[in-house]
Structures are given as structure tokens and as C-alpha cells.
Design a protein around this ligand. Structure first.
Ligand code: SAM
Ligand code: SF4
Length: 394
């Protein structure tokens, strides 16, 4: 029996087969599964084959999520391909552009997906975290890991030795990435320079890397369907990484926004986080970026320093924010601190009998911090929550 609501949905970058709200499978132009839903679960796969599962219905305000590792993610993908093919068998594909993709899915099925996951492993190892507005960016790892890697709360790069790629290695990486994503590059609107602090490399090397990107990948900020710019993370450990003039050159090569882990405006909290940020460096850095025509994304940790610094963290952060020339080009992220039990931060909190904040207390801190910012309708930056548990590089 053909389900009555069974149909295909076409977007330029995704082909979806679905039966109303019950079951749905979306594939990219390379025939790789991107997301699916069935039996009340939503699945989104990472390029590495791992999978983030959420519930279609949120219970008691709690977001229920399960993270499946690569083996489990691939096993769920195998099931999803089989279920999707069963639905494809029952419908007519009307769009010529998607015929070859469907043919690929029929011929190779999940093997396409498994091959890409293996290639991802060779090319990247891992992509540990991105800012939420960059989850869909194409990551290019000009560096790997974090040059500092000693913050007491952050475990993202503990397993990755820091290294800066030579121009030859970076070119081979870009070529490999382009070959891996194939026609599915049409899902991408941004490039993200990995990993944790790409601007920590000397200016001349970064310039060479950006010039190379421009030679190999077209960037066109005026075209809604093209890759529109380059984005990256940076720390605050140097006096002044680059000058406004240098940022201006990088902006001409496509650099649009730099995301900085500011974490707190309170010096005691920064000490607990083992984050050697100098607040005046943040002011200088933001001024240079803005003068060079590059936007800024600032990340602050809600709940940092727990009950001990509940008031100071929020008040000092609001004060710091009010001293910065942020505008509508910029974003402020408020990331709830997720303390891994094995982290140095968790051990500090336990030894010092410092309580973690409740969700209500985090919301109160958020309110206080937001007061340091010009409202969006008066030209201030966007403000958004950032939940590192939601990240998957897809
Ligand atoms: C991986 S860092 C990259 C930026 C840059 N390395 C820096 O620290 O300035 C990105 C952000 O992830 C967030 N982050 C890292 N570990 C976290 C954790 N355990 N809980 C919540 N957010 C975390 C922090 O806000 C951090 O600034
Ligand atoms: S927060 Fe940033 S600087 Fe600190 S260890 Fe993590 S990636 Fe490195």
C-alpha cells in the first residue's frame, strides 16, 4: 500500500522523500544522507558518520538527545538508506537534476556514505566545535588543534596535537576536501578556517592560505547561492595578532567574522578557567577587526565560576560588553558551561565546594549580561544561546 502522503521535496541542495510528518529522509547532491526522521526520532549525521538523535516531541522542556558514535551512526544510516530506498521505489522523480543522484543511491546506497566517512577521517581526524551559525560551513583545517590547549574547562582538542600546515599540505587538504564533498558543495555558504585559533599563525602564512583558498574556491558575497565568506576562531593570548590594515587585506580576501572565546569579563573567573585573556587585548582586538571591516563573534560562558562568582561574572561581563563597539555585523554567544567530570574545572568546583548554577540562575545571568548590550533594533549585535552539546559537523 502506498502511503497517501508520500512525496518528494526538491531543494537546490537536498532531495527529501517523506510521508507527511511521519518519516523523512534527505540526501545531498553526492547521494549522502544528511538527516532523517522516523518513529518519533530525528537524526542528523556528521560527515564522520556519527549521528545526533533528538526526539521529535520535547518532553517537560528537557531536550532529549543521544550522540551515536561513528559505528552506531553508520549502522543507523544503513537502516535509513534501506527505508528511504523502499519509499523511493514508490514515487516518480520529476526533476532531471536529481535523477543521477537517485541512480547513485540505488547503485551504491550506504557505501557512498561510508566511503565519505572514511575519507573524512583521513582528511580531518575530527572537527571538534564550530560557532552555531557556522555548523553548515565547509571547514578547511589550515591548523589542527589548539595552540594553548590548557583551559581548565575545554576538552575539545585534548586529543589533537597542534600543528600549522605548510602551504603544500594545505593545498592538498583543500583539494582532498573538494573531492570529498563533490557536488554537495552547493550546500555550503561559508568556509571556516580550523581549528581553534587559526589567526595564531603568522600573518604572512595566513595571507598565503587565504590567497590559495581564493584561487581554488570561488567566494562571492553577492551571490546567495555561493560561498560568501571566510570565518574562523581566535583566542586572546597575543597583544595584538594583526593590525587593522592587515584585517582590511584579509577582508578583501573574504574574511567576514572572527569568533573569540572571551568567556568572562571577570578576572577571577578567567583565572579559574585558566584562560590567560587580557581584557584590554579584547578591546584592542575588537577595535582592529572592526576598523579592518571584519565582524566579531564573542563567546561568553554562562555559569562560569558557578555559585562563587554568580554576581561578579554577570556584572563584569555586562560592563565589558558595554565598552566594546559592537554592531549589527557582530554576534554575542552565551554558551552554558558544560563541565566534563574529568576536567580541571570540575575538580576545582568539587574541591572548593562551588555549586553549578541552576537553569534559572543561568537565565538570570543571561539577563544581566544582555543589559550590557545595545538592543538589536538600535543597531546592537545579535545575541544567542550556544549549546556545545548540540554540535555536529554535518
Ligand atoms: C573551542 S573555543 C575556540 C576559540 C578560542 N580557542 C578561544 O578559546 O578563544 C570555542 C568556545 O567553545 C566554548 N567551550 C569550550 N569548552 C566548553 C565547555 N566545556 N562548555 C561550554 N562551552 C565550551 C568556549 O566558550 C570557547 O570559547
Ligand atoms: S577554550 Fe580555546 S584556547 Fe582554551 S583550550 Fe579550548 S580551544 Fe584552546
Amino acid at each position: 500500500v502506498v502511503p497517501t502522503e508520500l512525496h518528494l521535496r526538491y531543494a537546490p541542495d537536498l532531495l527529501t522523500v517523506e510521508t507527511g510528518a511521519v518519516e523523512s529522509y534527505s540526501f545531498d547532491k553526492a547521494g549522502c544522507l544528511v538527516r532523517a526522521a522516523w518513529d518519533g526520532h530525528l537524526y542528523r549525521w556528521g560527515l564522520d558518520g556519527s549521528c545526533l538523535q533528538k526526539e521529535a516531541v520535547v518532553r517537560r522542556g528537557e531536550k532529549v538527545r543521544v550522540r551515536h558514535d561513528i559505528d552506531a551512526g553508520l549502522a543507523i544510516a544503513r537502516q535509513a538508506y534501506a527505508q528511504a530506498i523502499r519509499l523511493f521505489d514508490q514515487v516518480q522523480v520529476e526533476q532531471d537534476v536529481w535523477y543521477p543522484v537517485l541512480q547513485l543511491i540505488y547503485e551504491s546506497g550506504v557505501l557512498l556514505f561510508e566511503k565519505r566517512a572514511r575519507r573524512f577521517q583521513e582528511l580531518y581526524g575530527s572537527v571538534s566545535i564550530l560557532p552555531p551559525d557556522q555548523y553548515g560551513a565547509l571547514v578547511l583545517q589550515v591548523t589542527e588543534g589548539c595552540r594553548y590547549n590548557r583551559c581548565s574547562f575545554c576538552t575539545f582538542y585534548k586529543h589533537v596535537p597542534y600543528r600549522v600546515k605548510t602551504p603544500e599540505q594545505f593545498e592538498a587538504h583543500i583539494q582532498g576536501v573538494l573531492e570529498m564533498v563533490g557536488p554537495a558543495i552547493n550546500r555550503r555558504r561559508a568556509l571556516f578556517l580550523g581549528d581553534a585559533n587559526a589567526l595564531g599563525m603568522p600573518y604572512a602564512q595566513l595571507l598565503t592560505a587565504c590567497e590559495m583558498i581564493n584561487q581554488l574556491i570561488p567566494i562571492n558575497s553577492a551571490d546567495q547561492a555561493a560561498i560568501q565568506g571566510i570565518y574562523t576562531f581566535m583566542d586572546l593570548f597575543d597583544r595584538q595578532p594583526y593590525t587593522a590594515e592587515q584585517f582590511c587585506v584579509l577582508a578583501q580576501l573574504g574574511l567576514r567574522r572572527v569568533y573569540i572565546g572571551a568567556e568572562s569579563g571577570c578576572e577571577q573567573v578567567l583565572r579559574v578557567l585558566r584562560k590567560p585573556n587580557q581584557l584590554q587585548h579584547l578591546q584592542q582586538f575588537v577595535a582592529a577587526l572592526k576598523a579592518g571591516g571584519v565582524g566579531v563573534g564573542l563567546i561568553f560562558l554562562l555559569g562560569a565560576g558557578g555559585s562563587r562568582y554568580y554576581h561578579d561574572h554577570a556584572a563584569d561581563t555586562a560592563r565589558l560588553l558595554s565598552s566594546l563597539p559592537l554592531d549589527k555585523q557582530d554576534i554575542v554567544y552565551l554558551s552554558e558551561l558544560v563541565a566534563d567530570a574529568r576536567s580541571e574545572y570540575a575538580q576545582w568546583a568539587e574541591c572548593e565546594h562551588v555549586e553549578a548554577l541552576s537553569p534559572g540562575e543561568m537565565r538570570e545571568q543571561e539577563q544581566v549580561i544582555r543589559q550590557g548590550l545595545r538592543p538589536v533594533d538600535e543597531g546592537g549585535p545579535r545575541v544567542s544561546r550556544y549549546d556545545v552539546r548540540e554540535f555536529i559537523y554535518y
